[in-house]
Design a protein around this ligand. Structure first.
Ligand code: NAX
Length: 329
């Protein structure tokens, strides 16, 4: 049966980078037909309509239709997958409260439209920043939809972390696994290499041989490089991460639907795991089993790692308090 995929902000950069890969089957597989619903605001409609024309010209065998709309009720009708990419960027002089309020005005109504119109099995992945708290706002507004169906993208951070670790170990990235992101998709995130493996073997000794003081390397080089990679891309490319973000969003949904053979990372609702307050959308090490994210349990966090996780979780708590004070959740 054809799957309905809704992409918000589809006329933007990340939208443009993901549409053609989804139509080609990179997300749901080469035997799954898709119908795309592109949601934009009036100013973005032209770009989305142009992308729809190009999708038509791609003659994708798996693409059963494309619809462009500025009406969330139409966009989310029957949606099985919703990629919430469109968000309000931080403008000059905008405080964090202003940013959260502006995004609440987007993600609250979208959450309500999802509850009213999407398929009951809808899987929502929020890309638009601040992604974790936007996902929380949408989930809170989506009465009757289990919070487990709302997630925030931290896969780009994980992919960056795995790639940096692979580079440090002079190895192809595919061999490096178990580098989860904990916390918020922000500069406070904690990319954790303490469980990392290379071809299934722990990397600790190799890192010690390469860097001596591995903790110092993590603190001074690895973590800042990963957490500030977005800024580095802007500096070098002159524009924010686009294709890598689209690719990570596709990885996230593909794994969620088809399952994982090892850990990955996703912002998912906390039920109190690892002491993270219940209800926050927090990034954890996860596996996808039977179409559901499961937080990897029983991992040891030493005092240093615990402090890193706590710092990022504190930021998430503050964001939640701010949106609560604004009446957005
Ligand atoms: P663009 O500004 O190119 O595109 C955003 C699009 O969203 C625009 O076309 C705009 O018209 C549309 N839009 C705005 N409000 C909307 C609404 N209410 N309904 C539907 N569409 C709406 O930004 P782009 O580079 O595509 O980035 C999109 C978002 O991804 C940003 O919030 C960005 O910060 C975030 N990112 C998140 C990442 C992650 O890992 N979670 C990484 C990449 C990226 O920074």
């Amino acid at each position: 049966m054809t799957k309905t995929i809704t992409i918000t902000g589809a006329g933007g950069q990340i939208g443009y980078a993901m549409l053609f890969r989804i139509a080609a089957g990179d997300m749901l597989g080469s035997d799954e037909h898709v119908r795309l619903r592109l949601l934009e605001i009036p100013q973005g409609m032209g770009a989305a309509e142009g992308a729809a024309l190009e999708l038509q010209d791609g003659a994708f065998a798996l693409l059963d239709g494309v619809e462009v709309t500025d009406d969330p009720a139409v966009a989310f009708d029957g949606a099985n997958i919703a990629l919430l990419v469109g968000a309000r960027p931080r403008g000059p002089g905008m405080e964090r409260g202003d940013l959260l309020a502006a995004n609440g005005g987007i993600f609250g109504p979208q959450g309500r439209a999802i509850a009213a119109h999407a398929a009951s099995d809808v899987r929502v992945a929020v890309v638009g920043n601040p992604a974790n708290t936007n996902a929380l706002i949408a989930s809170s507004a989506a009465d009757g939809v289990p919070a487990e169906q709302f997630t925030a993208l931290t896969r780009l951070d994980e992919n960056r972390a795995r790639a940096q670790l692979a580079q440090a170990l002079h190895t192809p990235v595919g061999a490096v696994r178990r580098v989860p992101i904990w916390g918020n998709h922000s500069a406070t995130q904690f990319p954790d290499i303490s469980h990392a493996t290379l071809d299934g073997e722990p990397v600790a000794e190799r890192l010690a041989a390469a860097f001596g003081d591995v903790r110092a390397w993590q603190e001074q080089t690895f973590i800042p490089r990963v957490a500030k990679r977005g800024a580095e891309i802007i500096e070098v490319r002159g524009s924010s991460s686009v294709a890598s973000a689209a690719s990570a969003a596709i990885d996230h949904v593909r794994d969620w639907v088809h399952g994982t053979d090892d850990w990955t990372s996703a912002g998912v609702v906390s039920h109190g795991e690892y002491g993270v307050p219940e209800g926050l959308i927090c990034s954890f090490p996860v596996r996808a089993v039977d179409g559901t994210w499961r937080i990897v349990d029983g991992l040891e966090l030493d005092d240093w790692a615990r402090a890193r996780v706590d710092a990022s979780v504190t930021e998430l708590v503050e964001e939640r308090e701010a949106v609560r004070a604004l009446g957005l959740i």
